[in-house]
Design a protein around this ligand. Structure first.
Ligand code: MN9
Length: 294
């Protein structure tokens, strides 16, 4: 079994002015992140605005990432409000030989937990792929406690959980009960807490331009250098605090633009970043991140 622990960049999607995908820049983003030391990629997740893209666009992104990722680990987020679309994307992930599929819980209609559970099992069964449950209660509105998580982790068809919550108590309980399952931390600003409670790595949006900091935090943590790891977490958090003031996704795209990429802006209904936001990033973020060499 391949080692799937590590630091995964939740890739952004660069767009042209007309809203079509900038494929050349996506390939550059993947190469930039390999240079920063990322172990793998989380493809078509929240950060990619994938829930606002159609199946063809998502397949195209999966394809471009596969072609440029060398032998990095690949997780395809195939979640969609249409389960039919999710099955199509899961089948495509298998065709491209992704390592895992992942899905947000079915949302909007307030499905019961048995409905949520059966959704996940159908996707794993039909695709023959191992599933990483994407737990993000703040966005999906679907909460899960230890018992719900255990109903997945008890089963071979489930690789683990992408854990985007600050309930580290439940994270620890899940890891202690299922030490061989993969728990990947979701909130970048708290990855050190996640690692301390048993996370095997992380998946994050701010990794797009500072994966090196998260690779270092994880390395220092595993060497027992927790104070040093906290210094790097502090460097990352000073940046993330600025992003939160502006709007995380809009700010992330602008940072890529300032690094010399051509990422455009987020799709509507996301608003465009203001001139003031751009200035703030130039002053308070750009000097503290690595320049691109691709
Ligand atoms: O995948 C990301 N979560 C969302 C994880 O986009 C909802 C995080 O990387 C956050 O963007 C980041 C900033 O809050 O931690």
């Amino acid at each position: 079994m391949k080692n799937l622990k590590g630091i995964y960049t939740a890739l952004l999607t660069p767009f042209h002015e007309d809203g079509s995908i900038n494929e050349k820049e996506l390939a550059r983003l993947v190469r930039h992140n390999l240079n920063l030391g990322a172990d793998g990629f989380y493809v078509c997740g929240s950060t990619a605005e994938a829930l606002m893209l159609n199946v063809e666009e998502r397949k195209r992104i999966m394809n471009i990432v596969k072609e440029n990722a060398e032998n990095a680990n690949l997780i395809a987020h195939i979640g969609a409000i249409s389960e039919r679309d999710a099955h199509l994307l899961a089948a495509y992930a298998r065709e491209l030989e992704y390592d895992l599929i992942s899905s947000v819980a079915p949302f909007y209609y307030k499905f019961s937990f048995p409905e949520v559970r059966d959704y996940y099992f159908r996707l794993a069964d039909r695709s023959g792929m191992k599933m990483l449950v994407y737990h993000i209660p703040l966005y999906s509105g679907v909460g899960m406690g230890f018992d719900e998580m255990a109903s997945f982790l008890n089963d071979d068809r489930f690789a683990g959980i992408k854990y985007t919550s600050n309930d580290f108590f439940t994270m620890e309980r899940a890891k202690a009960a299922f030490p061989d399952k993969l728990i990947l931390n979701g909130y970048d600003e708290m990855i050190l807490s996640g690692l301390a409670m048993g996370a095997d790595g992380g998946i994050g949006s701010t990794y797009n331009f500072m994966a090196d900091k998260f690779v270092l935090i994880r390395k220092l943590f595993h060497e027992g250098k927790v104070e040093e790891a906290r210094k790097v977490q502090n460097e990352a958090n000073r940046i993330i605090a600025v992003l939160i003031r502006i709007g995380v996704m809009q700010a992330e795209k602008e940072i890529m633009n300032q690094l010399g990429f051509d990422f455009g802006s987020c799709l509507p209904p996301f608003s465009k970043i203001t001139e003031e936001g751009k200035e703030l990033l130039k002053k308070e973020v750009l000097p503290y991140i690595q320049k691109a060499r691709v």
